[in-house]
Ligand binder design. Structure first.
Ligand code: FE2
Ligand code: FE2
Length: 204
């Protein structure tokens, strides 16, 4: 089902009014994987926008970029960077020159694509041809890039995390995720971004 991930209960991002991730997920990595499924739905929508022959639906581009900046980056990537990766580092997984460093670099690289897409949107009225070219190129590249990043985390990095972190540490991380969401994003924002993901998935 196309938008199963965005309609399922128990996604961990962003800013739930009530703390329930701890009750929904057994591990922090499971919660992050649930975020990935929602992000992938938006990547599918972004791919559709980037492959459209004409540059239209600028409001959908805006929504997709808003979602990526806030749900995917500010909430999800920062939970990895500020909480999961340091916890893994404490167990001897190296930051520099290791998989964590690669993931950090990739997060930064992803921000570059998003910045370019956001800049292109601002010139869409004045120079639609240039905006279209950048949005289509950057959009396709970003989709490809983030899918690969997600796959590396799902298949490799999170397995490493599951190997080194104890059950109690995973539960502590889940609690920290909730705190992070409330502090960084605020309550109620989770629902807003799930609604945006649903809208984009439905192609409205
Ligand atoms: Fe990541
Ligand atoms: Fe991730």
């Amino acid at each position: 089902m196309a938008n199963q991930a965005v309609t399922d209960k128990g996604n961990s991002c962003c800013g739930h009014a009530e703390s329930h991730a701890e009750h929904t997920f057994k591990t922090a990595t499971e919660a992050l994987k649930a975020d990935h499924r929602v992000i992938e739905e938006v990547l599918n929508a972004l791919e559709r926008l980037a492959r459209a022959p004409e540059l239209s639906a600028l409001d959908q581009w805006e929504k997709a970029i808003d979602f990526i900046r806030n749900f995917a980056d500010k909430c999800h990537h920062l939970k990895e960077e500020k909480l999961l990766f340091p916890a893994m580092e404490e167990h001897g997984v190296p930051l520099e020159g290791g998989p964590l460093g690669v993931m950090l670099m990739e997060h930064e690289e992803g921000r570059g694509y998003v910045k370019a897409m956001a800049a292109a949107l601002t010139i869409a009225a004045k120079d639609p041809a240039a905006a279209k070219k950048t949005l289509q190129e950057m959009g396709r590249a970003y989709v490809r890039f983030l899918r690969e990043h997600i796959q590396k985390e799902d298949d490799i990095l999170f397995n490493m995390a599951d190997d080194v972190l104890s059950g109690e540490e995973q539960k502590e991380l889940l609690r920290d995720f909730e705190e992070h969401e409330l502090k960084e994003i605020g309550s109620g924002v989770h629902e807003k971004y799930l609604a945006i993901a649903q809208e984009l998935t439905a192609g409205r």
